[in-house]
Write a protein that binds this ligand. Structure first.
Ligand SMILES: Nc1ncnc2c1ncn2[C@@H]1O[C@H](COP(=O)(O)OP(=O)(O)O)[C@@H](O)[C@H]1O
Ligand SMILES: [Mg+2]
Length: 813
């Protein structure tokens, strides 16, 4: 195939000299004329006009070749491509400005062999290059590829007329097809010239197809960009239009956006923010101004500014510094609690003298309803500060204290900042209730955040994630409350001054009810003193039989119940109604008795010992029961017992094994027995070593078959050798024993020192026995001394177990 198209080396020309045509030659700029192509163009150059005239004078054939550099007016022959097209001049029209408009039709390719200059124009000897192609599947394939691609190209390209272009490809001759498509491509002149110089038609077809592919890709990219740009422009225009409209509406309604922003600016200036915060607020305001008023981001920004403005920065309550006033108010609000009140007064005094005393955070620890929160409120009143309270019970997430970053949807400041806003002043009394109930999990440690809040060296620059500016908490008086201490992280405890409120005796509760609770509830339900009175006996009856607590919360609730019922009757029967509550009519209001003095009514039983525990709700009386079963020496414990309690049980067991002979048991008794120890009483988790002697007593009783005295309660840790060690919470435990009507309490000798803080009322009603060894305990707790026990042989114990095992099953089922 090469044979056909290739002009070949010089010798060829010599051989085929007869093929050469001598034609006027016209250089063209910025375009390449292809065979089969109709092209209109303007001719203005003198030399070109001459060549044209020469052609028109002859057979109207002219050789058109592209000049290398379009800017040259007078190109020399060597500055013109040697491959061009022989064309027919179809039309020529002289224009008014002297230029000539011509329409030419390409006939065939030609290669210049020689150029001569004649009267002002070029004449070239041109060898025509035939444009033929042998049909083959390869050619068909290439041709159809070009056709398809060209259609796509025309559709994408905006500069081409679809109909005429499609007409151009409707050629049966693949060779002509390649030229007509090439002539329509929007590519640089150099590339077009290369196509013209490609004499092999198949190769040209392939090249044209490749170029089309590349161009289509470019056009596609361009189109995507264009549509995107267009869409963006449309959106921006729409937004602009809507905003303008909105502004116009606002103006029409007389509440200009501008005045709202001015308003914000005034508020920011008036808020008394520190310099940096103020700057930040102004910066945010500027951002807000730039935002479209109804957009989501402007809402976020406005909310943020509202928070910055609403949090107190400067406003302060005038503090009362008179300690006398404080003393008076504390006395007025609470009965008893002498020591606690004294410590509070001292604390207030120290705070006035020292700026940031160590351990300067008060923490009230005690069971529910003993007045922790209400004491803190009193402190607020006594110092002239506002009062706010947050419950930290169940707080696990640092963000609850410190807030979420503004970037979160619906983000808010944490509890600290929220409550500061509520307080509205920089120096409130801030109660952190239930600090012991806070827990840690994967969302970050809230106690670490709390540390920062409470640390006087850090809290002047507290950072909330939402506010994102430093906030000074140093003038706040923080007060914590907790039911127990041991779950509060030690570093936090170190910051606190701990005040224990263990609970009230029956007499104290009576006084609190008489002086405070009845009055308070009467007022809250709109009753007068004439309407409703309580006898002391009635209140004591309620305390004993309707409540079962260390504090007075339920007591207050029951009194409130009675008041509500009565106010209903007053509404019905008139203001003159007079009722006196006595033990006889309490049940009319409160229903049947809820608690009996069960312990006093119990009988002595084998294996059942009464212990005293210290729990979150104060002191508690807990019975411990042991049963024996035939077995292999296993010790089983049930009833939500902690590890320490399990160890106590092991220690109790070890003690008993050192006393086999005293108890009249075979040395290896435990090999044939399983012992099951159970501590019932609800599902309160129990732990601590103080149940040691109770468990030991219970097991010893089960083994010796000697009943335990049911009116005796006990508490104490036991060692492996049977020594009794001191325990904590004596006051709480004794209050509970007293409350439950027990008569005797066995305590470790080393706890004798705690007697000082036990109310006289309790001491008078309880026989307190201080012991040093487990032997002493058994002496006091068992119905009769061990020595006189009939040493029951093992088979008897084993024979006995059947019935016990059955009852045991019932129990556990
Ligand atoms: N010593 C007291 N004198 C007067 N009222 C008391 C006393 N102790 C508790 N109260 C009252 O008992 C109720 C419960 O007290 P509260 O402060 O809620 O207890 P806590 O915070 O310890 O659970 C409140 O109405 C409180 O005023
Ligand atoms: Mg409370």
């Amino acid at each position: 195939m090469k044979r056909e198209g290739d002009p070949g080396p010089q010798p060829m020309f010599n051989r085929e000299k007869s093929d050469l045509k001598r034609l006027p030659m016209m250089p063209v700029r910025d375009m390449v004329i292809f065979p089969q192509m109709m092209s209109p163009f303007i001719v203005g150059r003198e030399s070109s006009v001459r060549a044209l005239e020469e052609a028109l004078a002859g057979d109207k054939k002219i050789f058109l070749a592209t000049q290398h550099d379009a800017s040259l007016d007078d190109p020399k022959p060597e500055e013109i491509y040697t491959v061009g097209t022989i064309a027919n001049i179809v039309q020529s029209v002289k224009l008014a400005d002297g230029n000539i408009k011509v329409l030419v039709e390409g006939v065939e390719r030609g290669k210049v062999a020689q150029v001569t200059t004649e009267e002002g124009f070029f004449r070239a000897s041109v060898r025509p290059i035939p444009n033929r192609i042998e049909p083959s599947p390869q050619v068909d394939q290439a041709a159809s590829r070009v056709t398809t691609l060209f259609e796509q190209y025309v559709k994408l390209s905006q500069n081409l007329n679809y109909d005429s272009m499609i007409a151009a490809v409707r050629s049966d001759d693949p060779a002509k097809l390649s030229d007509s498509v090439a002539s329509n491509l929007q590519i640089p002149v150099e590339e077009k010239q290369e196509l013209l110089e490609c004499f092999d038609a198949l190769e040209r077809l392939t090249r044209v197809a490749d170029i089309l592919e590349g161009e289509i890709e470019k056009l596609n990219v361009e189109r995507n960009i264009n549509t995107r740009v267009k869409r963006q422009m449309e959106r921006a225009q729409k937004e602009y239009y809507l905003n303008e409209k909105l502004k116009a509406i606002h103006k029409e309604l007389g509440r200009g956006e501008k005045s709202e922003l001015d308003d914000l600016k005034k508020k920011i200036d008036a808020a008394g923010m520190p310099k940096e915060t103020h700057e930040k607020a102004i910066q945010e305001l500027k951002r807000l101004e730039m935002m479209p008023p109804m957009s989501a981001e402007s809402t976020v920004s406005r909310n943020y500014l509202d928070w910055l403005i609403a949090v107190p920065w400067k406003k302060k309550s005038k503090e009362i510094r008179d300690i006398g006033v404080a003393e008076h108010i504390l006395e007025e609000d609470h009965f008893g609690l002498e020591k606690v009140k004294e410590r509070i007064i001292e604390y207030l005094a120290v705070r006035q003298l020292v700026k940031n005393p160590r351990g300067s955070i008060l923490c009230f620890v005690g069971p529910p309803g003993v007045g922790k929160t209400s004491l803190a409120m009193s402190i607020g009143r006594a110092t002239g500060r506002k009062f706010v309270r947050v419950s930290l019970g169940g707080v696990r997430d640092e963000a609850e204290i410190r807030g979420h970053r503004r970037t979160y949807i619906g983000a808010l400041p944490g509890q600290i900042i929220q409550l500061m806003k509520k307080a509205g002043t920089v120096n409130p009394v801030f109660v952190l209730d239930e600090v012991d109930k806070m827990s840690t999990d994967f969302r970050g440690d809230p106690s670490a955040a709390l540390m920062e809040v409470l640390d006087p060296e850090l809290n002047h620059a507290f950072t909330d994630h939402y506010l994102d500016v430093e906030y000074d908490l140093s003038r706040v008086m923080f007060i914590c409350t907790a039911n127990v201490l041991h779950t509060i992280p030690q570093p936090l405890q170190d910051r606190m001054e701990i005040l224990r409120i263990p609970g009230y005796t029956e007499l104290e509760k009576l006084q609190i009810a008489k002086r405070f609770l009845v009055k308070k509830q009467r007022e809250q339900t709109g009753l007068s003193e004439e309407n409703l009175t309580f006898t002391d006996e009635a209140l004591t009856h309620i305390i004993r039989h309707y409540t079962h607590e260390a504090g007075v919360r339920n007591l207050e609730r029951e009194i409130a119940n009675i008041c509500r019922k009565l106010s209903r009757r007053v509404v019905k029967e008139g203001r003159g109604l007079k009722v006196e509550v006595t033990p006889a009519n309490v049940s009319d209001f409160l229903g049947v008795i809820k608690y009996r003095e069960i312990w006093a009514e119990k009988k002595n039983e084998v294996g059942l010992a009464t212990g005293l525990a210290w729990t979150e709700v104060g002191g508690q009386v807990l019975s411990t029961e042991s049963t024996l079963m035939e077995g292999k020496g296993r010790l089983t414990l049930t009833g939500k017992l902690g590890d320490v309690m399990q160890e106590s049980a092991q220690a109790a067991m070890s003690y008993i094994r050192t006393r086999t002979s005293t108890f009249g048991l075979p040395r290896d008794f435990y090999r044939h027995l399983d012992i099951h120890v159970h501590v019932p009483e609800g599902s309160i988790p129990k732990d601590g070593p103080s149940a040691g002697i109770t468990i030991a007593t219970s097991i010893a009783s089960a083994l010796t078959r000697i009943p335990v005295r049911c009116d005796v309660a006990m508490t104490g840790e036991i060692t492996l050798r049977g020594k009794v060690l001191p325990i904590g919470g004596v006051k709480e435990k004794l209050l509970a024993a007293h409350r439950m009507g027990l008569r005797t309490v066995i305590l470790p000798k080393d706890n004798e020192k705690d007697l000082a803080e036990i109310p006289a009322e309790v001491q008078a009603n309880l026989a307190l026995r201080f012991v040093e060894t487990m032997d002493d305990v058994l002496q006091l707790a068992l119905e009769h001394p061990v020595q006189t026990a009939a040493p029951g042989p093992v088979p008897e114990v084993a024979a006995d177990f059947h019935s016990e095992a059955e009852s045991d099953q019932e129990l556990t089922n």
